[in-house]
Design a protein around this ligand. Structure first.
Ligand code: G16
Length: 541
């Protein structure tokens, strides 16, 4: 059936697909328009295979049924759907690759809250299993902006809990239990016997699935397969509103888990992941939080201890605002190091071309060449594998790492829901100063150089401009400003602060104390309080 429509002006994908408030997605024709633009952009799906699933958030069930009917009307040959419509983002990436699909549609707004007033999102992943690159998302936007019709079949809702094949018209719909395949993939990378021995032999861990999609995977993996005691996984049932909580693995929203490790010294390993399971946070004894940038560096330095990476790494990559901790590891190991713009899609070409094995971001994401998304449970398993192989705790590993490489004190200050024009005004204000900042001193920090980051992809030579404003200081410090591409209300200004410390006697200081002066400088240079009315960040991650 062909349905006439008119375009919506705001369907430009951001850092990670189209993210909007649920009420926006529930407007008549809104979801349908965007999905049709995907089908129009990817004609290879006609007669091909599409993977479909999401993180279980509110509106997903309805969206899956709509997309199935649209897939049929757009003559997709086969749609592979997770049981109950559920697929974690890493699992969707793995399925696309395993099944040779032409692409995937992932329904998630990641770490953003869910529920009727929460957020929803639609992301298209390409045949390599990774988020579609800008060339494709630009075309989706172009097609969405000139759409006059969408195609949808008339069919009853399918029972997504019944495994096996069924049909809508000529399209085969295959409902799969993807958990077992995902665990089999992890088993090829990690030493499960050693992990079993550790988890049954005394190491107590707590994994908080945050009422989100990783619950079923984590129960099956840690408790059933690796033999950790029941209760190791908490908040393990996916809920449409994430239990009213914020499924974002950072020190603010993972406070309950951090407090558990503070209060119970017998639990020495804590971890959590986000709404769709691609992010992770690692917590050591006493509630010590591993900053995601440090996590990437530690994983790069120790990955060879896991069987899947025993042959060494080809190279590593980090997004530009991620701290330079991993750069020091790459230098010591003489590995190629790539600095990319924010967005996992920028790692895709490097992974496909086998230039890198590991990559990661300050936004709590780490991953490897096993798939083309970041992978929360994978990161937890790699950390566990390293803890087991080295016989050291998370804290001991981290402290030893700092002694060897130095510590990059790091924080991200988020100023959320600020007026969009004011946020752009802040960026313009900082940008206008860049050419004359070098040599100027602010609060004891002297600018060495300043620029706007742009990236030329070394594989396909595509160029991404305006990817963040960087100010480097002689005191081995850096401030980065950029606007988030994943928020749904107003604008979120992200200010990334970083300061390097090589002296082991000064590596156990409180990060907030170390970065306090730099934070003041960041507000001063941006003229933040006058322009936005904000004198402090909404969230410090
Ligand atoms: C997405 C992207 C990440 C990015 C993050 C934050 O993650 O995949 O690459 O670092 O958003 O982006 P921004 O700073 O623009 O808000 P996720 O987990 O939200 O899909």
């Amino acid at each position: 059936m062909k349905v006439e429509t008119t375009p919506f002006a705001d369907q430009k994908p951001g850092t990670s697909g189209l993210r909007k408030a649920v009420p926006d997605f529930r407007k008549p024709r809104y979801l349908e328009n965007f999905v049709q633009a995907i089908f129009d952009t990817a004609p290879e799906l006609r007669g091909g295979t599409l993977v479909l699933g999401g993180d279980g958030r509110f509106f997903m069930d309805e969206a899956v049924q709509i997309i199935l009917r649209m897939a049929s009307a757009n003559e997709v040959g086969r749609v592979i759907v997770g049981r109950g419509g559920l697929l974690s983002t890493p699992c969707a990436s793995a399925l696309i690759r395993q099944r040779g699909a032409q692409g995937g549609i992932i329904l998630s707004a990641s770490h953003n809250p869910g529920g009727p007033e929460g957020d929803f999102g639609v992301k298209f992943n390409a045949a390599n299993g990774g988020p579609a690159p800008a060339s494709i998302t630009d075309t989706i936007f172009k097609n969405a902006s000139s759409l006059t019709r969408y195609l949808i079949a008339d069919a009853e809702p399918l029972n997504l809990d019944r495994l096996g094949e069924t049909r809508i018209g000529n399209t085969v719909v295959e409902i799969v239990d993807a958990v077992a395949d995902y665990i089999a993939l992890m088993e090829r990378l990690f030493d499960f016997e050693r992990l079993r021995a550790v988890l049954q032999g005394g190491l107590r861990m707590r994994f908080d699935a945050m009422n989100a999609v990783t619950g079923p995977y984590a129960h099956a993996l840690f408790e059933e397969r690796l033999g950790a005691p029941k209760g190791t996984v908490v908040n393990g049932v996916p809920k449409p509103d994430f239990g009213g909580l914020h499924p974002d693995p950072n020190p603010v929203y993972a406070k309950a888990l951090i407090d558990t490790l503070k209060d119970d010294p017998s639990i020495t390993f804590g971890a959590c992941s986000d709404g769709d399971g691609d992010r992770n946070l690692i917590i050591g004894p006493g509630g010590m939080v591993v900053s995601p940038s440090d996590s990437l560096a530690v994983l790069a330095a120790n990955a060879h201890l896991a069987p899947g990476y025993a042959g060494g790494l080809k190279g590593v990559a980090r997004s530009m605002p991620t701290s330079r901790a991993v750069d020091r590891v790459a230098e010591a190991m003489t590995l190629p190091l790539y600095e990319t713009p924010t967005g996992w899609k920028f790692f895709g070409n490097l992974l496909d071309a086998d230039r890198i094995t590991l990559c990661g971001e300050e936004s709590a994401g780490t991953g490897s060449n096993h798939i083309r998304e970041k992978d929360g449970l994978w990161a937890v398993l790699l950390w566990l594998n390293i803890v087991a192989a080295r016989g050291m705790s998370v804290t001991e590993i981290l402290e030893e790492h700092w002694q060897r490489y130095g510590r990059d004190y790091y924080a991200r200050h988020d100023y959320e829901e600020i007026d969009t024009a004011a946020a752009e005004g802040v960026m313009d204000h900082v940008r206008s100063q860049l050419p004359r900042l070098a040599g100027q001193t602010f609060g004891g920090f002297t600018v060495e150089r300043a620029d706007e980051f742009s990236y030329e992809d070394p594989v396909d030579s595509s160029i991404a401009k305006a990817q963040g404003l960087r100010i480097f200081f002689r005191e081995n410090a850096r401030i980065v400003y950029r606007l988030s591409g994943t928020g749904t209300q107003g604008a979120t200004l992200r200010v990334y602060l970083e300061r390097y410390e090589s002296d082991p006697a000064r590596q156990a200081l409180d990060s907030a104390d170390v970065l306090a002066d730099l934070a003041t400088v960041s507000r001063q240079i941006a003229d933040l309080s006058a322009r936005t009315g904000r004198t402090a960040p909404s969230v410090i991650a």
